[in-house]
Ligand binder design. Structure first.
Ligand code: XMP
Length: 602
């Protein structure tokens, strides 16, 4: 005997709830106890459960009461799965042909409040279709479309009727595949150029002035657009700098609208997303947070979850999001390595335990870390030892909790893309980054990564929506191995105390005026060098430590410039450190960018 339930609830991401596709384009759910059938409404794009059945253990029963009971428990179970979920906005698929700027394209679409996902250029049509994109963007790439093995796109993209924008290589690919003509340029065109808008009436260039500055970077050029396309713009060195077919909603731009150097690039992208593809721009943090909470609830059910808190913004937001979804089923483990900034351990524990009421186990492991680091001077060795010790402690603590099934990680979107897209797989290892996110594969836990679609600035927004204190949300990045990589040479309690005190002065002084500095420094700290130099204090000779001050401007830490701090500010920092921090008699300011230097000194 089966109990039937008819439900029409909207819900998000069928797969996240354990549904699988069936042969008729619908979805099925079966966990042995509950079965359900669902489909996507082609008009609203909403996911709808049409029918759910719960297998009744007493299969001979014809009792009305029993049937009602089974029916209402099926309904309750489904309602719990569904949660309070609104339908996701339709987004954009960005196909990455190995461009330097793919992430920037994703950022720009998100800034236009349109959800976007980057897929490798060779993603299967099924992968693309599954996302039901409202538009597709093809990125630039290092190859030439004229080369023998140039990366191509699935022909179904061009036939799909989905609005399409090709950028640089993407435009050339559209032109090539639809029968246009391309030639290699005698000289590649790099850098700024003046764009002449030849089609002010075109929907892509609506509101763009007759001339504007754009950023070019290409070796080939389209010389004849494909049938049905018109040329929309040119530059002095590029006769066809944009093409479009209004009817089919397929466009290409040779320049890079995603970089800030393209004056009206943002408008071009917005014209495409809103005007041409008709996407309404409703991707907002509040709805992201609500949907994530419902998804986490659905996935976790009654299971227990652990999370390693580092005090950094990513693990803080991830933990809070999960806690909102499942409350006391989450246990956070906070390991004080003894290598944190001044008062950091205390503040983190207070914020999470007393303000956010999370379940936090705090371990003071200072001595264990000091013992592991004794006499170690090699930066990689330090990083590795700290990482291992951290994992050992985390495992010990989580083994004390029964029935843990999930581990929360604060993985962000750039990490996800990094491991998936072409052109980013190679590269030398510069540093072994240790994050609480890179935790134990040996633990055989399922991963919960609620931030894996977000960029760092979006994580901060999500944190604010969740009500995290500004001190946590606005916190500057801090390396997993902590102050150990800001102490060159051996680490001991005394040297940790020295760098911690100097760091506190740097931070306090810069923060006091940071809002008036443009650009606002992105990260700032002190480094204790292994150098001593001669000085004079009072009437006596000193031979004491050299502290370096590092302050950078950056967007994401991938590249950075040294911050042009006002001299009076540097003077205050210097005077305070030599006066207040014992054993330091000289301050140097780091004036190297990244590259060639890195942000941290080790
Ligand atoms: P580098 O020194 O690689 O730093 O130029 C780039 C950014 O990353 C931070 N950083 C780390 N972050 N775990 C982290 O989570 C680490 O091991 C780590 N090492 C460096 C650094 O502070 C800068 O913001």
């Amino acid at each position: 005997m089966r109990a039937h339930v008819v439900l029409a609830e909207w819900l998000l991401v069928p797969r996240a709830l354990g549904f699988s596709s069936d042969a008729n384009g619908g979805f099925r759910y079966d966990d042995g106890d509950l079965t359900a059938a669902a489909s996507i409404d082609p008009r609203t794009q909403h996911f709808e459960i049409q029918r759910a059945e719960r297998r009744d253990s007493d299969s001979d029963s014809t009792s009305f009461g029993r049937r009602r009971k089974a029916e209402s428990s099926a309904r309750a179970k489904l309602c719990r799965m569904v949660g309070q979920v609104s339908a996701p906005p339709r987004g954009v698929v960005i196909l990455d042909f190995g461009a330097q700027y793919s992430q920037l394209i994703a950022r720009r679409t998100r800034e236009a409040r349109v959800y976007s996902e980057i897929l490798p250029y060779d993603a299967s049509w099924a992968e693309i279709e599954k996302r039901n994109p409202a538009a597709i963007i093809l990125t630039g790439g290092p190859e030439s479309t004229l080369g023998p093995d140039s990366p191509g796109m699935d022909p179904r993209i061009l036939k799909s009727g989905i609005p399409l924008l090709g950028i640089c290589y993407g435009m050339q690919l559209i032109a090539r595949d639809l029968g246009g003509e391309l030639v290699p340029l005698g000289h590649a065109e790099f850098g700024p150029a003046q764009l002449e808008n030849d089609a002010p009436q075109s929907s892509l260039f609506a509101g763009i002035p007759a001339t504007s500055r754009v950023w070019m970077s290409h070796g080939d050029s389209v010389v004849t657009p494909p049938a049905g396309f018109t040329s929309l713009a040119h530059t002095a060195r590029c006769a066809i700098a944009a093409i479009g077919d209004e009817k089919r909603k397929i466009f290409g731009v040779q320049f890079h609208p995603e970089v800030v150097h393209s004056e009206f690039g943002k408008s071009v992208i917005e014209n495409f997303l809103h005007g041409i593809a008709g996407i309404d721009g409703s991707w907002e943090m509040d709805s992201f947070v609500d949907r994530s909470i419902a998804e986490i609830r659905a996935r976790v059910g009654d299971a227990r979850v652990i999370c390693a808190l580092s005090g950094g913004v990513d693990s803080a937001v991830a933990a809070t999001l999960v806690a909102r979804a499942i409350g006391q089923q989450l246990t956070c483990v906070f390991v004080d390595t003894g290598l944190l900034r001044k008062d950091e351990a205390k503040n983190v524990i207070e914020a999470f335990r007393d303000v956010l009421h999370l379940n936090v186990i705090a371990i003071d492991a200072t001595e264990r870390f000091m013992a592991r680091l004794a006499g170690v001077v090699d930066p990689e060795e330090k990083r590795i030892r700290i990482g291992h010790e951290f994992i050992a402690i985390f495992e010990e603590e989580s083994n004390k909790i029964d029935d843990v099934r999930f581990l929360v990680q604060g993985t962000l979107y750039p990490d996800v893309i990094e491991s998936k897209t072409p052109g980013s797989k190679a590269g030398h290892k510069i540093k072994s980054h240790h994050n609480v996110g890179g935790l134990p594969e040996t633990m055989k836990l399922e991963l919960l990564e609620p931030l894996r679609t977000l960029f760092k600035d979006e994580v901060r927004k999500a944190g604010a929506v969740l009500g995290l204190p500004p001190a946590i949300v606005a916190r500057q990045p801090f390396p997993g191995p902590g102050l150990a990589v800001r102490i060159l040479g051996a680490v001991d309690a005394q040297r940790v105390a020295t760098v911690r005190q100097a760091d506190d002065i740097v931070t306090t002084e810069i923060e006091a005026v940071a809002d008036s500095l443009t650009p606002r420094p992105w990260q700032y700290f002190a480094v204790l060098t292994p150098l001593q130099s001669v000085g004079v204090m009072g009437d006596g000779r000193t031979y004491a430590d050299l502290v370096a001050v590092r302050a950078i401007t950056s967007e994401d830490g991938m590249t950075a410039d040294w911050a042009r701090l006002p001299h009076e500010l540097l003077e205050r920092i210097s005077t305070r450190i030599v006066n207040e921090v014992q054993g330091v008699n000289r301050i140097a300011y780091d004036i190297t960018s990244k590259p060639p230097a890195t942000v941290e000194w080790e």
